[in-house]
Design a protein around this ligand. Structure first.
Ligand SMILES: C[S@@+](CC[C@H](N)C(=O)[O-])C[C@H]1O[C@@H](n2cnc3c(N)ncnc32)[C@H](O)[C@@H]1O
Length: 223
């Protein structure tokens, strides 16, 4: 594993190992199997047939998506929460993943333009400070024809009980889960990011006890 240290022209991470960052690392590590189970149909669709190459994951957490990273790939992990790093590195070593850890936020990716074949993320655009800025960076670093594959929870239908629930608990939820926004319209942000093509599917997470995040989308955007 290599770690690329922050350089002066990149802002330091806004989220580094606060108490809540450590809680999030524990939470996503502990519930990893369950979260992967409820998101499996979406991940299988969005992360299908990723070709080996240079793969960037935005906010990989503790390594929930290693199963979808093909062997013989260079895996670049952009993870600003340092509390995730040890678990992420350990799992990468267990799976033989060639990991390069980039401790930066998605709004400021320390990679050259058109230098990555595929970008993936799951349950991250809900949490980043500025999703439009992250998508600008995703599009910049992707090579022409490269794909951005995502699985995200989103705002439920405005007239639904779930939307009422999302709005009611959004503040404490955001406080606990490092700024996670339950009522984001992430699909619209991806559609507005200027990709050559965008496919988005809505999906209710199966058998999920995390009711506020059951409204989800997954998709593939091609540069
Ligand atoms: C809800 S967790 C999801 C983790 C993992 N992707 C998964 O599916 O289990 C959100 C992740 O996004 C990361 N994150 C938060 N803000 C970020 C930012 N501005 N740029 C990149 N990642 C960020 C967090 O550190 C965390 O790892």
């Amino acid at each position: 594993m290599t770690i690329t240290r922050p350089q002066q022209d990149h802002a330091p991470s806004p989220k580094v190992s606060s108490g809540r960052g450590a809680f999030n690392a524990w939470f996503f590590d502990t519930f990893d199997r369950y979260i992967n189970f409820i998101t499996k149909p979406s991940k299988r669709a969005a992360f299908a047939d990723i070709a080996p190459g240079r793969i960037l994951e935005i906010g990989p957490g503790t390594g929930a998506n290693f199963a979808y990273v093909p062997a013989d790939s260079k895996y670049l992990a952009l993870e600003p929460n340092r509390a995730m790093h040890q678990r992420l590195a350990r799992r990468a070593a267990q799976r033989g993943v060639d990991l390069e850890l980039l401790p930066y936020p998605g709004e400021s990716v320390p990679l050259e333009s058109s230098s990555v074949d595929t970008v993936i993320c799951s349950l991250v655009l809900c949490t980043v400070h500025d999703p439009a800025a992250v998508l600008r960076e995703v599009k910049r670093v992707l090579r022409p024809g490269g794909t951005f594959r995502f699985v995200e929870h989103v705002a439920a239908h405005p007239a639904s009980p779930r939307r009422w629930l999302q709005a009611s608990i959004s503040r404490p939820w955001s406080w606990i889960f490092e700024g996670c926004q339950l009522c984001r319209h992430t699909g619209a942000v991806v559609e507005g990011a200027g990709f050559g093509s965008v496919q988005i599917r809505k999906q209710r997470l199966r058998l999920s006890m995390f009711v506020p995040v059951n409204s989800s989308i997954h998709g593939i955007a091609t540069k």
